[in-house]
Design a protein around this ligand. Structure first.
Ligand code: PLP
Length: 400
């Protein structure tokens, strides 16, 4: 018997980042030394005090169901964090803990959107946004930011895409994949537009802890009370505390929406893992110096790579202001030949670099730009140096 999948399932793309990672892994299993620039997770260990909190939770028998939307202790820790780092005040009813912020975002989509609704998504974007919006039958309206403007989202750009069906605007600062960090003035202009046109803002702040060159992360909800009322802030412990596998993310926003999201979550996953919730409390309330140490190391790698890659003729590399990705413009190499064939797009370039140079990157087409490749520098410095050498050699081999 053949299984008849839903049209929704048929249209859903598996994560490209994970697909590249599995190809790289397979090559490694065959004994090939692959440099992996594909990963979307810090290469650091989860801090010891966080691990200890989870071990203690197991010892204490904290291993049963918790309230579906998370334990009060973690909600309080999130509230403390949002006050401490973002100057925001929330009540427990305005906070939900989910199985990663990807899950929080999906809850938001399920609770808010339906067929006919439009959500403005600036490109380049994290591919999950468009997939999740489609999964709830809504429509992602893509607006292209400009590389020459540092991939910054502007009010003008958002405004150009508003229709009577627009319900929300998705903001991701610092941005995956470009690293762009939206400035306070830019946020103020977009927030004013949201108020004028009665739109919601979904603010994904997963990379909040990683901003460089003195740029500060500004949470759009902190601009004023009116904008806070129409903002759903989404964040995670994954990137800041190197806790990707623990699956703890959260959202803060209007109580009515959080209540609906909690009801949905209670029917889909129930609570996020009990012991991971305890670990997240330790991460959010414990010492924050490790976060700064990780940021300093990411910054060192970023500076090296941007300087190095920009020396390669015809490669363009915008200085990322945050996160741990570089969005490399490789379109200057399109049309050049390898084995008698021209490389035409980002997927072919990724295949070429993987096969020839044994370097794994992610094709930009997955993020809405076929001119680019995403390079993650969440990998040790020695590997980065080796990988940059290989990319340079492979690109120089391409001839017109
Ligand atoms: C922009 C962005 N938001 C959210 C997430 C989700 O992180 P998690 O589900 O681990 O909290 C990621 C992960 O790669 C991301 O890049």
């Amino acid at each position: 018997m053949s299984v008849r999948l839903s049209s929704r399932a048929k249209l859903t793309k598996p994560s490209a980042t994970l697909a590249i990672a599995s190809r790289a892994k397979q090559m490694r299993a065959e004994g090939i030394d692959v440099v992996d620039f594909g990963l979307g997770e810090p290469d650091f260990e989860t801090p010891d005090h966080v691990k200890e909190a989870a071990i203690q939770a197991i010892r204490d028998g904290f291993t049963r169901y918790t309230p579906a939307s998370g334990i009060d202790e973690l909600k309080e820790a999130i509230i403390t964090k949002l006050k401490r780092d973002n100057g925001l005040s929330y009540r427990q009813e305005e906070v939900i803990v989910s199985c990663g912020s990807k899950h929080s975002l999906f809850n938001v989509a399920e609770a808010l959107f339906e067929s006919g609704d439009e959500v403005i998504v600036p490109a380049p974007y994290w591919v999950t946004y468009t997939e999740q919006i489609r999964l709830v039958d809504a429509c992602a309206v893509i607006v292209e930011t400009r590389e020459e403007e540092g991939f910054h989202v502007t009010r003008r750009l958002v405004e150009s895409a508003i229709t009577p069906r627009t319900k929300a605007v998705l903001l991701n600062s610092p941005c995956n994949p470009t690293g762009a960090v939206i400035l306070r003035e830019e946020l103020e202009a977009i927030a004013a537009l949201a108020i004028e046109r009665d739109l919601l803002l979904i603010s994904d702040e997963a990379y909040e802890s990683l901003t460089y060159d003195g740029r500060a992360h500004v949470s759009v909800a902190s601009l004023d009370e009116e904008i806070k009322r129409r903002t759903i802030l989404v964040n995670t412990v994954s990137k800041a505390y190197a806790m990707t596998g623990w699956r703890i993310g959260y959202a803060a926003g209007p109580a009515e929406l959080i209540k609906a999201m909690s009801a949905i979550q209670s029917q889909v996953t129930s609570n996020p893992t009990s012991i991971a919730q305890k670990a997240a409390v330790a991460a959010l309330l414990g010492p924050q110096d490790l976060v700064l140490a990780m940021k300093a190391e990411f910054d060192r790698r970023r500076r090296y790579l941007v300087g190095r890659l920009n020396l390669i003729p015809d490669l363009r590399c915008t200085n990322p202001e945050g996160a741990f990705y570089i969005f490399l413009n490789v379109s200057g190499f399109y049309g050049r030949m390898v084995d008698g064939r021209g490389i035409r797009n980002s997927t072919e370039m990724v295949t070429y670099l993987l096969q020839t140079a044994h370097v794994a990157l992610v094709p930009g087409v997955e993020f809405g730009s076929d001119a680019h490749l995403r390079l993650s520098y969440a990998t040790p410095m020695e590997t980065i140096v080796k990988g940059a050498d290989r990319i340079e050699r492979a690109l120089r081999m391409l001839h017109r």
